[in-house]
Write a protein that binds this ligand. Sequence first.
Ligand code: RTP
Ligand code: MG
Length: 139
Amino acid sequence: MTERTFSIIKPDATRRNLTGKVNAVIEDAGLRIVAQKRIQMSRAQAEKFYEIHSERPFFGELVEFMTSAPVVVQVLEGESAVTKYREVMGATNPAQAAEGTIRKLYAESVGENSVHGSDSLENAKLEIAQFFSDDEIVG
Ligand code: RTP
Ligand code: MG
C-alpha cells in the first residue's frame, strides 16, 4: 500500500552538509520526497515532537540537540513507506545499524543519529500534520 511517512534530517547531518547525501539514500530506496523544508526548530516544537520521551533521562539533551542547528523536515511517499524508511534509516544506535543504512553511513552516536522516521502510520499522520499543511505536500 502507498503510504506517507515523516522524516527529519537532524542537526548533526545538516551541520556536516549531508542533506543531499541522505536524500540520495532515500531516493535510491524508492521513496519519493513529496514535501521538504529546512527549519530551525523551536524548543516548544522539539518538546512537543518528542513528548513521548519526556520522562526519559536523555530528554533534555535530545531537545537541546534538535534545536542546536537547522533540520530538514520531509514527507516521504512510497510502498510501505513507514517500515521501508525505518529499514533505510537503520538501528537507533549507529553501531548496530546494518550496512548501507543512513545511520551506518553517517550517524555519529545514538543521540546524534542523523535522521528521524515515524514508527507507525498513525504517528506519521500526526507528525506530518505538526509540520506541514496539506497544500505543501505535492504527491
Ligand atoms: P527517532 O524517533 O528519532 O526516529 O529514533 P528511534 O525511533 O530510532 O529512537 P527512539 O527510541 O524513538 O529515540 C528517539 C531519539 O532519542 C535519541 N536518543 N538518545 N542518549 C540515548 O540513550 C538516546 N536514546 C535515544 C535519539 O536521537 C533517538 O533517535
Ligand atoms: Mg522514535
